[in-house]
Design a protein around this ligand. Structure first.
Ligand SMILES: Cc1cc2nc3c(=O)[nH]c(=O)nc-3n(C[C@H](O)[C@H](O)[C@H](O)COP(=O)(O)OP(=O)(O)OC[C@H]3O[C@@H](n4cnc5c(N)ncnc54)[C@H](O)[C@@H]3O)c2cc1C
Length: 454
């Protein structure tokens, strides 16, 4: 594509905005990003909004395409599997993948965001901080902006604008007022609270470093992801109301007692537990679906702005980065025929983002309830045994989503067939050695054609 291919305006310099900007500027576009927050490289981000993310194959592919992944090694920690902490503090480890190459990577959201901002600016992307988009005039192709430090309002013209402004997108809000715009949002009755396990003696991690730690407790759970500074970023997922819930935890003493009885092995590792619990906000989790994602060839929604999902498959940003990959591929194929690019982008992506949204909800039940269950662990072992014998046919759903780039909708569909096969093969057996391989062979041959990209 020629230099000076045109000007693109992005809203939001979170995670997707700068990555997409990099791809666009490499293709010859001038890119401006308007971001409502101050520059996080200069202002400390507020406590309890730092979240660690698990980066996996789809995200890594996009970062590699942007030339960034190798340089990110110092800020990531590979996690080989889940370490489950039972109420009696007994530990069980379950590998995520079939071998050491199948890991997920813990990264602090802030570190990742900073790396993306630096890379985008180094390539010439102009990022305007503290400029909140408050509206859009589609006919005039004008964005309405407010300077968050002075309160001054202004309008800027755009040729093409892409909303990377997250789950509370202002652009999507404006599109709601257009004819026949479909929109749904569904909140979980659960909230989340960020907490920290400080580094242990000598700056070392207080728990096994290369694992995602889970304390599954039926209808709620605690998780912990390692940070490069020796700390663990923890998230407590708890119902808002009911027996064990946020509404019941009203005093420091109650919080301390709750953790002491439910997560006894963590309490001694979190000296500031009760203080942090009340200092940090309680987050909400929502699934957002909408369509269309674009207004002709002038406006597009991407990432959480188009499809926010709950975090239990660790795919939100992996999915958003995959959006960037697909959009850039379409741009390479069609050039700046934006209407066509946006239409084909939505056609390619919506079915898949709907699928991962549904799988993310299902995975919540698995993480909080089933990962500690003996039968569940047996099924996981059987899955890995089937994958070893039939690597092109039987790829566990978790692996299809996390370690492959097969479309999410395919992972959902094949995952359902595999669930039925697994249920049949695990019936009445106690050990993976008891597996009936003749039956497995017939079920897989009849039910699962080889996967193209496996
Ligand atoms: C608890 C939790 C855990 C998660 N864990 C994972 C995980 O393990 N793996 C994973 O892949 N994903 C995970 N996610 C999801 C991931 O964080 C999101 O999918 C991702 O941040 C979306 O990126 P985005 O760029 O679309 O939006 P955001 O990262 O939300 O960025 C949007 C940006 O737009 C700016 N903005 C908003 N409104 C305006 C406006 N009006 N004007 C100007 N700027 C605006 C915001 O300030 C922000 O900087 C998790 C999410 C949560 C809540």
């Amino acid at each position: 594509m020629n230099r000076k291919a045109g000007k693109i305006t992005l809203i939001g310099a979170g995670l997707n905005g700068p990555l997409l900007a990099l791809g666009l500027i490499k293709r010859g576009f001038d890119v401006d990003i308007y971001e409502r927050r101050p520059d996080m490289r200069r202002v400390k981000i507020s406590a309890g909004r730092s979240i660690n993310l698990a980066l996996s194959t789809r995200g890594i592919y996009a970062l590699t395409e942007a030339g960034l992944w190798q340089g990110m090694q110092p800020i990531i920690i590979p996690m080989k599997g889940r370490t489950m902490h039972a109420p009696d503090s007994k530990l069980t480890f379950q590998a995520y993948g079939k071998d050491e190459s199948e890991v997920i990577n813990s990264v602090s959201r802030a570190e990742l965001n900073i790396a993306l901002l630096n890379a985008a600016e180094a390539q010439g992307v102009k990022i305007h901080f503290e400029r909140r988009c408050t509206g859009i005039r589609f006919k005039k192709r004008q964005l309405h902006l407010r300077d968050e430090s002075t309160g001054r309002e202004s309008d800027v013209e755009y040729q093409v604008v892409i909303g990377c402004d997250g789950s509370a997108s202002a652009l999507r809000e404006a599109m709601l007022r257009l004819n026949r715009f479909n929109f749904s949002q569904e909140y979980l009755n659960y909230g989340y609270k960020e907490l920290t396990i400080p580094a242990g003696s000598g700056g070392k991690h207080a728990l096994e470093t290369h694992a995602l730690h889970i304390w599954p407790r039926g209808n709620y759970m605690l998780i912990a992801l390692p940070n490069i500074d020796g700390t663990f970023a923890c998230i407590l997922f708890l119902p808002f109301e009911g027996a064990d819930s946020f509404e019941g935890l009203t005093t420091k003493a109650l919080v301390q007692a709750f953790f002491q009885s439910r997560f006894p092995d963590v309490v001694s590792l979190m000296p500031d537990l009760a203080e942090s619990f009340f200092a940090n906000p309680t987050g909400t989790m929502v699934t957002i679906k909408c369509s269309p994602w674009h207004v002709g060839g002038q406006v597009l929604l991407l990432g959480d702005a188009a499809h926010a999902i709950v975090p239990f498959f660790g795919q939100g940003i992996n999915c958003g980065f995959e959006d960037c990959t697909i959009l850039l591929e379409l741009l390479d194929r069609h050039g700046a025929d934006w209407e066509k690019v946006f239409r084909e982008f939505e056609e390619a992506r919506k079915i898949n983002t709907d699928a991962i949204a549904d799988m993310a909800i299902d995975n919540f039940v698995e993480m909080r309830d089933r990962v500690g269950d003996r039968r569940f662990l047996l099924r996981k072992q059987v899955e890995l045994a089937l994958e070893a014998k039939y690597p092109r046919q039987f790829v566990p759903k978790y692996a299809m989503v996390t370690f492959h780039r097969v479309p999410y909708a395919t992972a959902l569909e094949r995952g359902q067939v595999q669930e039925r096969i697994l249920a049949e093969l695990c019936q009445g057996i106690e050990r993976v050695d008891d597996l009936d391989w003749t039956k497995a062979d017939a079920l897989i041959r009849n039910g699962l054609p080889p996967m193209e990209s496996a």
